[in-house]
Design a protein. Structure first.
Length: 404
């Protein structure tokens, strides 16, 4: 592992570079022994040229690899094993792709680093939210509970992901098959019948006219077409990355019937489950909200969480601070208010998460139940209309040939 450093050497000159070391402490010790007073030290990014990267993620731990580790590690911690010994045992049980990460965590913990700091060195495996949850567990002595909650949260997310993937299979097959049929018609059938409409006075059907026009455009003006495509692609990239455009897209998606409600339920379930774990670990509510405020994909929910931090510091209750979300998630506000009144906030947050996730599954079923016949009808109309125009034109030619 490498570390980029900046500092001042023994002669008072500024010096910067990279030092290879297993841990941050080892890097500092190496630089100090070389007479360098370090002013900045950070983990190196180790950027790799794209042609050498593992573009398919073959060596990177997948979500299931991480989930398996979290389940095993939380079980071992629940059996009152020390963190270092639990990590060593987890490394033996970890998958092939996850084992190097667990071994690196073990080395760092044995060297004296906190587990959360060791996890921070693997941002592609552990999210910032997970790292902050582990840090809270270390501070409050509830590390076993935190990892159990982390495993449960990730398991629920995988279940939701699997439900969406399974529901998408049939609509995706319909779209792929329809596109294949259209490509076959356009690339094989249309060119074979196009010469039939070259006779004077015969009007070619619209699909053939479009095909011939596209062919002329590609042959005669390919430079203009290529430049236009590049400009259009660049404009789309700029528009996609523009914060104002991103906010408009987000608001539009959240107002879409069925889809907007589904995404809100997913956000509420994920956020409340993590928030429940932090509250159970006796993390202060303002700090807990700071950890979860980036979890929701919806900008309105994210802005409400961000503003709620400051309202809590002013003395407001959590339910009152989240009141702007009542229109989108009234059950969340009411159940949080009840939890605060009976002093069981973490329990009620878990119930909100369960309720929202169950609602999300129901909405997924409804959405894709509606989506499948809609896609079938649209693709049938497109393909049927294409074939109908071609057949009508061919029959009109036969009528002309049969007429005296």
């Amino acid at each position: 592992m490498g570390f980029d450093f900046s500092g001042i050497d023994a002669e008072g000159r500024r010096k910067s570079g990279r030092v290879e070391a297993a841990t941050r402490e080892t890097a500092l010790s190496t630089l100090r022994s070389a007479g360098v007073r370090v002013t900045e030290l950070r983990a190196a990014s180790d950027a790799v040229p794209f042609w050498k990267r593992d573009l398919l993620g073959g060596d990177r731990p997948g979500r299931k690899d991480v989930l398996t580790f979290l389940i095993d590690f939380s079980t071992l911690l629940g059996a009152s094993l020390p963190v270092d010994k639990a990590l060593k045992l987890s490394a033996r049980q970890a998958t092939k792709r996850m084992r190097p990460v667990v071994q690196a965590l073990t080395e760092n913990v044995v060297a004296g680093r906190a587990l959360s700091d060791a996890m921070r060195g693997h941002p592609q495996v552990f999210s910032p939210t997970a790292i902050e949850m582990v840090r809270a567990g270390e501070m409050t002595g509830t590390l076993a509970d935190i990892f159990e909650r982390l495993a449960e949260t990730m398991r629920r997310q995988e279940e939701m992901r699997s439900a969406v993937t399974s529901a998408l299979i049939y609509p995706a097959l319909l779209v792929v098959l329809s596109v294949v049929i259209i490509i076959i018609v356009v690339s094989s059938l249309l060119p074979s019948i196009a010469p039939l409409f070259d006779a004077p006075g015969v009007v070619a059907p619209l699909p053939i006219q479009l095909m011939q026009g596209a062919e002329r455009l590609i042959i005669d003006d390919w430079q203009v077409l290529a430049a236009g495509l590049v400009v259009a692609l660049a404009a789309c990239v700029v528009w996609w990355r523009n914060p104002a455009a991103r906010a408009r897209r987000n608001r539009l998606i959240r107002r879409t019937p069925l889809l907007g409600d589904l995404l809100t339920e997913i956000d509420v379930g994920r956020t409340c489950r993590v928030l429940a774990a932090l509250v159970a670990a006796r993390v202060s509510l303002p700090r807990a909200l700071a950890v979860v405020e980036h979890l929701p994909a919806g900008l309105a929910f994210r802005e409400t969480l961000s503003a709620a931090k400051y309202r809590l510091q002013e003395g407001a209750r959590l339910a009152d601070a989240l009141e702007p979300m009542r229109e989108d998630a009234p059950h969340m506000i009411d159940m949080i208010r009840t939890g605060e009144e009976v002093n069981r906030l973490d329990t009620m947050l878990l119930r909100v998460a369960d309720f929202s996730e169950e609602n999300a599954r129901t909405r997924i079923d409804r959405l894709f139940t509606l989506l499948t016949p809609v896609i079938t009808c649209v693709m049938g109309l497109v393909i049927g209309g294409l074939i109908m125009m071609i057949m009508t034109s061919i029959l009109s030619i036969n009528d002309l040939a049969a007429s005296p």
